[in-house]
Design a protein around this ligand. Structure first.
Ligand code: OFO
Length: 164
């Protein structure tokens, strides 16, 4: 049985994951409006991943006999200054999520809840990947530039996400 403190913390994290999903969908919509279908594709897949994270937590809370309580999701930003500014936001957001996951892990340690610790190992590893992926794209954009041919090449590269 999940303790009350952890149940509250997991419910907050479920909200964070759905909020992340919504944020990336808003970013995808921005990319569509900029005629960057590859960026939009990458961001839509990210939206689906975040929903997957939320549902992994949802399923876990239910399995542990806890009660899932969904919370409100705020309006995400609509506009971004540029593709670089957008990926700076992605990286900043993923770092924020990593800090929240670490805090959740600390609570699981304090509560001596070993099952939650095991589940959160997956999320801690996932965050390493998420930050690395965002950072790589951001650094490439900074290096190659976000105009003309360089941007078209980057768009094509991001369009390949999910193709193995
Ligand atoms: Fe982006 O990893 Fe979940 O939030």
């Amino acid at each position: 049985m999940l303790g009350k403190k952890l149940q509250k913390a997991f419910n907050e994290q479920i909200n964070q994951e759905f909020s992340s999903s919504y944020l990336y969908l808003s970013m995808a919509a921005y990319a569509e409006s900029m005629n960057l279908p590859g960026f939009a594709h990458w961001l839509r897949l990210q939206t689906a991943e975040e929903k997957g994270h939320a549902m992994k937590l949802y399923k876990y809370v239910v399995e542990r006999g806890g009660r899932v309580e969904l919370q409100a999701i705020g309006q995400p930003p609509v506009d971004f200054k540029s593709p670089i500014a957008l990926f700076e936001e992605v990286l900043k957001h993923e770092r924020k999520i990593s800090a929240l996951i670490n805090k959740l892990y600390e609570t699981a340690l304090e509560e001596k809840d070993y099952a939650s610790q095991v589940l959160l190992h997956w999320f801690i590893e996932e965050q390493v990947e998420e930050e690395a992926a965002a950072n790589e794209i951001l650094e490439t954009l900074k290096m190659a530039g976000e105009k003309g041919q360089a941007l078209i090449m980057m768009d094509r590269q991001l369009a390949r996400r999910g193709q193995g």
